[in-house]
Design a protein around this ligand. Structure first.
Ligand SMILES: *Cc1c(COP(=O)(O)O)cnc(C)c1O
Length: 336
């Protein structure tokens, strides 16, 4: 029998997994939590979008009650517009399938190998460009990372390993440590870069075990968080960032330019300033990947360029992200 004391002792270790499982997955419940249930017929997709709602409760708590246009809500709510079949919007928007070097390994750019570490994520962002990705056949963590590690070891041009997904921090600390150990043994690998939205949507994930692992990992470490709006950052997120920095990670942010969420000068400027206050520098502002179901988020290039001009005039240079788009077949992200 587990005593009350032992249960308490286990609490911090279990906290993020518990919150992960406890995510809101019912669109009506989400609207009810925000006092918007009376508008469900207008706000919700009338049938299955093929990509379920999933959002941790801590992130819901940062939404404004009663506001159907809340920038955090719009990122996660399955809306009627997703069901519109938009010409030019594909299932594999960025040519991932053509770039697979080994199961779960994408090598599109010089010197960098990207691992689709896992298909799991704590949040389903409606504009996710891998919302249709066949994760079943394609994750690098399968088989104790063997295929991925062999492909990286065999290619001495690879100095940086990027973890993507899904969200790589949805893996356990033990699973990440397995990879860290294997990468440390490959002399040409110098850097580990982790692309993750978990410090923002489930900051409890940055737990003692993760911080300890990162702190002792003998590689350069870069963590690229994904925040799109200043309201996504609160004190719990600041704490997660501080711990990552203390563990020796360089923190950068990448955002997606999203209509209705952050497609105005104030939203983008406030995001950059809020990120800096949290110890994170802006890196990329992405033009949307044209994935089926996300067309209603599109901001055209002319408006995007006007926004960038306004940001350059308003902010110090280091707070202006680079506006880029991912073009299938190109050797880097392409400046817009
Ligand atoms: C975006 C991306 C990278 C990283 O590109 P950076 O410009 O270095 O951020 C690497 N590999 C793949 C497959 C990518 O899509």
């Amino acid at each position: 029998m587990i005593t009350a004391n032992r249960r308490l002792a286990q609490l911090p270790v279990r906290a993020w997994q518990q919150q992960w499982r406890d995510a809101v997955t019912d669109p009506l419940e989400l609207l009810r939590l925000l006092g918007l249930e009376h508008r469900s017929a207008e706000l919700l997709a009338s049938r299955d979008t093929g990509f379920a709602l999933r959002v941790p409760r801590g992130y819901v708590a940062r939404m404004r009650a009663g506001d159907a246009a809340d920038p955090l809500l719009l990122q996660v709510l399955p809306r009627p517009a997703e069901l519109v079949n938009a010409p030019g919007y594909a299932f594999d928007a960025v040519g991932d399938m053509a770039a697979s070097a080994a199961p779960g390994v994408l090598q599109k750019y010089n010197g960098r190998a990207l691992l689709i570490a896992t298909g799991s994520c704590a949040v389903n962002c409606r504009y996710c460009f891998r919302r249709h990705f066949p994760y079943g056949e394609q994750t690098a963590a399968a088989n104790r990372w063997q295929g991925a590690v062999a492909a990286i070891a065999a290619d001495t041009s690879i100095s940086e390993v990027l973890l993507s997904g899904g969200d790589p921090l949805s893996l356990s600390n033990a699973k990440l440590a397995e990879l860290g150990q294997a990468l440390t043994a490959i002399p040409h690998v110098q850097r580990l870069r982790i692309h993750t939205r978990l410090p923002v949507v489930l900051p409890e994930r940055v737990d003692a075990g993760l911080v300890q692992w990162l702190a002792q990992l003998p590689l350069q470490k870069v963590v690229v968080i994904h925040a799109n709006h200043a309201n996504e950052l609160d004190a719990s997120v600041d704490t997660a960032h501080a711990q990552l920095r203390e563990a020796g990670c360089t923190l950068l942010n990448q955002s997606v330019l999203l209509r209705g969420v952050n497609d105005n000068e104030d939203a983008l400027a406030l995001l950059s300033e809020r990120l800096l206050a949290s110890g994170v520098l802006p890196y990329y502002l992405h033009q949307l990947d044209k994935v089926q179901g996300a067309a209603h988020f599109e901001v055209d290039d002319a408006q995007a360029l006007t926004l960038m001009q306004a940001l350059r005039a308003r902010l110090p240079g280091y707070l202006v992200p680079r506006l880029v788009r991912e073009t299938a077949g190109e050797k880097s992200k392409t400046p817009v």
